[in-house]
Design a protein around this ligand. Structure first.
Ligand SMILES: Cc1cc2nc3c(=O)[nH]c(=O)nc-3n(C[C@H](O)[C@H](O)[C@H](O)COP(=O)(O)OP(=O)(O)OC[C@H]3O[C@@H](n4cnc5c(N)ncnc54)[C@H](O)[C@@H]3O)c2cc1C
Length: 500
């Protein structure tokens, strides 16, 4: 009977990083991959953000040497109106304030790389650490005894036993379903369509540079740029809705038809070469991530970022925590559900837990405002009008005298304002609890000298008066509130309730 300390299903980023961590901890580890080699079955490529330099610097160093690598120093945003006209383009290169907190890093410094480069590299790290990789092996079932996972079964019927199973088998997760941890996704999972293009490398350098591109129109598209290629993807709707096929292909097509996109394709000599459709969990909160003898990592647990669906970092990060928890539980001789609940405690207390603090609020914006075509167009119009009120647009709107142009735009913006206030009340107000109390205090202190009747009060008394006058501010001004952290969920609503 084959028995291991840890069996891992899937050699994507989550599985490989879990295998590396488990093997380094001295656990006898095997990991299974259904593809002929890791990376073969996954979305073509991915963008990796700055936090990789903080958490996996050795991987990022290696990524910069991979054949498909393109540096990401900027995100370019293209806004397109209903008539497919490009109306606004801007770029942002992040901020030293966030990336500057990581050693020797400034501004935006991410990477784009093909999964066919990244996944085999990560798997190789695990093999070098002592884990055994078995490719072309589909795992089809879990072995359960007395309600606890004891191992897995491959499609050839072979049983493979383990102290702990780590399910890193992606969005579809056979392991999560076969163990009864969850059913197929209902809501909370999207179907992402993607078109991959081969391009001319020199033209990519000249036209695209070191940047990712985003396209905002009736649909939102990500354009991830690699050394001599790019792919464009659109979220094609939630799995439990829009299944009639209308949105999924129409959204991708509407982006590809944008003349500015076509012009870019001509400039980089882009040739479409592969169409892909992949599932991507997009959850308000991850699913329960452990049961007796098994933990879920990465997409299997629904860990991708609830705002922009980055998920490779989340997979590696959760894989690492799961393997560390497995080592801890095995050393105590207890891999029961109760013992493995430690995994959920650990990831909730980590950067990964922080990522999901606002999951509900972020996903609501997608559900109600962006994934809904009519609403997305309304919001886009508002955003475009908003961009027209900034100084550059005032200078460069030379249709008429500049202040007249500004006033025309201001009037239009004010006409749209009721719509904006609906959007604000529904989708932005719930994010208010994320503003740190210390920042709310800073803003109020800036206002204090301008309020004659209050300016002579001590800061403490001033905050007291403000909390009385504006009850919604009270939770931020409560002396017991943590100053540089979001307020707990429900704290603002509770105040609103009291007021009523
Ligand atoms: C179109 C698209 C674009 C994306 N872009 C980005 C991006 O730019 N940046 C980013 O960070 N994230 C991105 N993501 C999200 C990211 O791809 C996932 O979050 C990430 O791959 C999750 O890693 P994982 O290891 O959990 O699962 P996966 O990457 O899905 O790996 C699972 C592995 O398990 C194998 N497997 C599955 N079932 C079995 C089985 N039963 N037996 C054996 N092997 C099995 C699969 O073949 C696969 O190799 C994107 C996702 C999509 C769909």
């Amino acid at each position: 009977m084959e028995k291991w300390d840890v069996v891992i299903v899937g050699a994507g980023p989550g599985g490989s990083y879990a295998a590396k961590t488990a093997a380094e901890a001295g656990l006898r580890t095997v990991f299974f991959e259904r593809g002929r080699k890791p990376g073969e079955k996954n979305s073509s490529g991915c963008g990796l953000g700055q936090r990789w330099w903080r958490d996996f610097p050795e991987v990022m160093e290696a990524v910069t040497r991979m054949p498909s690598y393109r540096k990401v120093e900027m995100v370019v945003i293209n806004m397109v109106d209903e008539d497919l006209r490009l109306r606004f383009r801007c770029g942002t290169n992040g901020s030293d304030l966030c990336a500057g907190r990581f050693p020797n890093r400034k501004g935006m410094e991410g990477a784009s790389v093909y999964r066919m480069d990244l996944d085999p590299y990560l798997a190789e790290l695990a093999v070098k650490a002592g884990a055994e990789l078995r490719t072309s092996t589909l795992v089809t079932d879990v072995i359960m005894e007395n309600g606890q996972v004891k191992g897995v079964r491959t499609e050839r019927g072979e049983p493979v036993y383990a102290e702990v199973v780590i399910a890193a088998d992606g969005a579809m997760s056979t392991m999560a379903r076969r163990s009864g941890m969850r059913n197929r996704w209902g809501g909370g999972c999207t179907n992402v369509l993607q078109l991959d293009y081969a391009c001319d490398e020199e033209m990519m350098d000249d036209v695209i540079g070191d940047a990712e591109w985003c396209w905002f129109g009736g649909a939102v598209g990500y354009q991830v740029n690699f050394r001599s290629s790019f792919h464009i993807s659109v979220g094609g709707g939630w799995l439990d809705r829009d299944l009639k096929g209308y949105r999924r292909h129409d959204d991708l097509k509407s982006l590809i038809d944008v003349p500015a996109f076509q012009a870019m394709c001509r400039a980089v000599k882009a040739r479409p070469r592969e169409f892909q459709a992949h599932l991507l969990p997009w959850l308000k909160r991850p699913v329960k991530s452990y049961t007796g003898g098994m933990m879920l990592v990465g997409d299997a647990a629904g860990f991708p970022c609830p705002l922009e669906a980055e998920g490779v970092w989340h997979a590696c990060y959760s894989g690492k925590i799961a393997a560390e928890t497995a080592a801890w539980a095995i050393s105590r001789g207890d891999v029961s559900e109760n013992a493995l609940s430690e995994y959920e405690k650990r990831w909730k207390a980590s950067f990964l837990g922080k990522e999901h603090e606002f999951g509900e609020e972020f996903v609501d914006i997608w559900e109600g405002a962006i994934m809904n075509r009519e609403k997305a167009l309304e919001q886009l119009q508002l955003m475009l009008e908003f961009t027209m009120l900034q100084p550059f647009s005032i200078v460069f709107d030379w249709a008429d005298a500049h202040m007249d142009c500004f006033n025309h735009h201001l009037r239009h913006f004010l006409e749209l304002a009721p719509q904006f206030s609906d959007f604000g009340r529904t989708y932005l107000a719930p994010l208010a609890r994320g503003v740190w109390p210390s920042n709310v205090k800073r803003i109020l202190l800036m206002l204090k000298p301008r309020i004659p009747v209050l300016r002579n009060l001590s800061d403490r008394n001033y905050f007291r008066v403000m909390a009385r006058l504006f009850r919604q501010l009270a939770p931020f001004l409560d002396p017991t509130a943590e100053q540089d952290a979001p307020l707990p969920r429900g704290s603002l609503e509770k105040r609103g309730g009291e007021r009523r």
